[in-house]
Design a protein around this ligand. Structure first.
Ligand code: 0WD
Length: 256
């Protein structure tokens, strides 16, 4: 069934119109879904609400949820359960690392920088999946966003690469645990896209240019293209797919 009519999805990590989470939101919305947005702090409340007013549907819900705070995560999902009852899926589009550690040599990564990126970028998926599971009474899908830098060394990606490796493994263990509840857990490995987070990665323009010049499709990818794959992973079309990483990267990852 291609339509998401009558379904509700939580999207975590819309910061502005360039956010990959916003590309995912649009794809789900266009397929008929109702959306629930969560944002890290009050600072993002207005930008997220302003964006949501551009949608045809005006029944979106909004919650503040800092994913470093277990109590906040539990309170958010308790509130969502009270407000809508069942949810059919979730898109986790959240990551963070200290800017100074997305440059130079990985060997210089600090202990607190390492733990911070693991906390926000990887553990948050575990905490959020645990809180969302009781609301997913009809089964459904959880999608997270990862990057090639977790599978191999990508210049400057450093501490975030290690966090993505941890996120990928967490995704697989979660897929194994939640499968019995009819919940599938997958990741999209997106090619580089210019967003606020991407600005933190050293020499990001060089990474973009490489995709344009060397990837099989010879073009960078868009938020909308990632959104369409998220739509597939959150719809019944992917009902037998779990624990998988789908690369939406113009095929760049197949190159040696
Ligand atoms: O090239 C890229 N842009 C790629 C991004 C390539 C491959 C993967 N990704 C991943 C990122 O690593 C991240 O996991 O996609 C995901 C989304 O990133 P984005 O769209 O590039 O970046 P951005 O628009 O800056 O969104 C990151 C979100 C922000 O959303 P909100 O609405 O919460 O401000 O992560 C959020 C950040 O604030 N975030 C947090 N959210 C909740 N609690 C926290 C936190 N503690 N920290 C950061």
């Amino acid at each position: 069934n291609l339509s998401l009519e009558g379904r509700t999805y939580v999207v975590m990590g819309v910061a502005n119109k360039r956010s990959i989470a916003w590309g995912i939101s649009q794809a789900l919305h266009d397929a008929g879904a109702r959306l629930i947005f969560t944002y890290a702090s009050e600072r993002f409340e207005k930008p997220v609400k302003d964006l949501a007013t551009t949608l045809d549907r005006q029944d979106s819900l909004f919650y503040e949820c800092d994913v470093t705070d277990d109590a906040a995560i539990n309170a958010t999902f308790d509130q969502i359960q009270q407000d809508v009852g069942t949810i059919h899926g979730l898109a986790h589009c959240i990551a963070f690392a200290k800017r100074e550690e997305l440059n130079g040599e990985f060997v210089n990564t600090s202990r607190d920088g390492f733990l911070l990126s693991q906390n926000i970028s990887a553990y948050s998926l575990v905490a959020v999946a645990r809180a969302a599971q009781p609301l997913m009474t009809e089964g459904g899908g959880i999608v997270t966003l990862t990057y090639l830098g977790g599978e191999r060394v990508v210049q400057n990606y450093n501490v975030m690469g290690v966090a993505k490796a941890s996120l990928d493994a967490s995704m697989r263990y979660l897929a194994n645990d939640l499968g019995k509840h009819g919940i599938r857990v997958n990741a999209i490995s997106a090619g580089p896209i210019r967003t606020v987070s991407a600005k933190g990665v050293g020499d990001f323009n060089t990474i973009l240019k490489k995709i344009e010049e060397e990837s099989p499709l010879r073009k960078t990818v868009s938020q909308e293209e990632v959104g369409d794959t998220a739509y597939y992973l959150l719809s019944d079309l992917s009902r037998a797919v779990t624990g998988e990483i789908i690369h939406v990267d113009s095929g760049y990852n197949i190159l040696g």
